[in-house]
Design a protein around this ligand. Structure first.
Ligand SMILES: Nc1ncnc2c1ncn2[C@@H]1O[C@H](COP(=O)(O)OP(=O)(O)OP(=O)(O)O)[C@@H](O)[C@H]1O
Length: 314
């Protein structure tokens, strides 16, 4: 048994009729890590999460979850919790009653199952006695997460967990996931929010039309040899523009978002040339007031890799 891997998928394929939802997908998720799944609509994220939750079985390939080979049986594997397409809740029960009912279904005493602690962790203590029927999408997501926490999972699987969350709700959920990972639980989540993925995940898998186009540490994407657009604001925009034009490997690009803003330059370049420019700007007595990528490295990689995929498929 491989104790380090919470998930090990090899060449997993899943079709719905003629649609190949997953095409020979490999996925490794290490225990104690938060692993993000990202991809355009229809890329296969929910299908893959569904396989991890035992909601469907693969047509081909090998899938090991928490060291156990998943065969052709449906059902949530031991130690796994989570949900896709929103959590299943009893609308007529309160938040607390929902969790108590789930504890009872698993044969536990609801008084000692950690119901109140779970509600507290996701920030729902104040509405513990309100019926789930009246809950917003974000509150339902948080209650679903609390239900998953009750099972003390070793693998937590979540489809778009930040959907509908307000900033406070998001802070709660991010905190819960980070604590779970610190305690050794593996978390696999999908999201369209690059900022959430960057804040939470140590690893990401980018899917496009059912295929893995990148899988690995986020840091590797940042370090990939890829040009990014950077916004540079200085105390002397004209001097900065002149220096940028003189620096090899830097292109000044027109950014529609800042066309009115003559103070800011948008530069397309690799990191070493950017370093050279910043040093030259500072040497010439000009202050750097702001320097940031126009889109994050993850988003840039996502756009580049998923575009490539579409080009290749044409
Ligand atoms: N039950 C199903 N029956 C038929 N086709 C399906 C079914 N589930 C998924 N598909 C198809 O499989 C492909 C992958 O869908 P999936 O829902 O996994 O993508 P996704 O990456 O989660 O997309 P989104 O970001 O829109 O949620 C799509 O083409 C979808 O239409």
């Amino acid at each position: 048994m491989d104790t380090l891997h919470a998930v090990r998928a090899r060449a997993v394929t899943k079709c719905f009729g003629d649609v190949v939802a997953l095409d020979a997908v490999d996925l490794d998720v290490t225990q104690g890590r938060i692993h993000g799944l990202v991809g355009p609509n229809g890329a296969g994220k929910t299908t893959l999460l569904g396989l991890l939750l035992g909601l469907a079985v693969a047509d081909a390939g090998g899938l090991e979850i928490l060291g156990m080979s998943v065969g052709r049986a449906f059902g949530v594997p031991d130690g796994v919790a989570g949900f896709v397409d929103g959590p299943g809740l009893y609308p007529s029960l309160t938040a607390r009653q929902n969790l108590a009912a789930l504890a009872r279904l698993r044969g536990e005493d609801p008084r000692t199952a950690g119901v109140d602690e779970a509600l507290d962790q996701v920030g729902l203590t104040d509405v513990a006695d309100d019926r789930a029927r009246g809950f917003s999408l974000g509150m339902r997501q948080r209650l679903g997460l609390a239900a998953a926490l009750l099972t003390r999972p070793r693998l937590l699987v979540l489809d778009e967990p930040a959907n509908g969350l307000d900033p406070a709700g998001k802070r709660h959920v991010h905190g819960v996931l980070a604590r779970l990972a610190a305690d050794g639980t593996a978390v696999v989540l999908s999201s369209h929010r690059m900022d959430d993925l960057e804040a939470l995940c140590s690893e990401v898998t980018i899917l496009a039309t059912g295929r893995v186009v990148f899988s690995g540490p986020l840091a590797k994407l940042a370090a990939e040899n890829r040009e990014l657009d950077y916004r540079l604001r200085t105390s002397d925009p004209q001097a900065a523009r002149r220096l940028a034009a003189e620096t090899a490997g830097i292109r000044i690009v027109d950014d529609p978002g800042t066309r009115q803003d003559t103070e800011t330059l948008v530069l397309r370049t690799l990191v070493p040339a950017l370093d050279e420019l910043v040093a030259a700007v500072v040497r010439s007595g000009v202050a750097v007031r702001e320097l940031a990528p126009v889109v994050s490295p993850l988003e840039a990689a996502f756009l580049a890799l998923t575009d490539q995929r579409e080009e290749a498929g044409r």
